[in-house]
Design a protein around this ligand. Structure first.
Ligand SMILES: [Zn+2]
Length: 127
């Protein structure tokens, strides 16, 4: 989906030189968080040490972490020790926006079609 916005067929990962051409996905790490790094995505458990629920099953979490890597690859990044708190906050916001847009697009794509009589006319206004 994001290849449409960036007009590319594949994401040219920014980490290839440092970590190789493979994006590793670790779906069940022993922690209460999820994160991404150069060449990997890792997902823990929201109520760790309880392992009943998994972050890897939550599309928004996966999209957020993948969004970090896409933004770094397509927009660019800087060394971690040079990032200000404000820069990191913008990175989190961008990853949240990617998760929001991809989740909305996925839900629109898979929603049931409305009955023709219940569709809004094109001239409808929303107040
Ligand atoms: Zn994040």
């Amino acid at each position: 989906m994001l290849s449409h916005f960036f007009e590319v067929d594949a994401i040219p990962w920014h980490f290839v030189e440092q970590a190789g051409p493979v994006l590793q996905v670790h779906p069940r790490v022993t922690c209460a968080n999820g994160w991404s790094g150069n060449g990997f995505l890792e997902f823990g458990f929201p109520f760790f040490p309880n392992r009943q629920h998994r972050f890897c099953d939550n599309f928004e979490v996966v999209a957020h972490e993948t969004g970090h890597l896409i933004m770094k690859s397509m927009v660019g990044t800087m060394p971690d020790d040079e990032k200000s708190l404000q820069h990191r906050a913008h990175e989190e916001a961008a990853a949240d926006l990617i998760a929001l847009v991809t989740t909305a697009a996925l839900r629109l794509r898979h929603r049931p079609r409305a009955h023709p009589d219940r569709r809004l006319p094109l001239t409808a206004t929303i107040s």
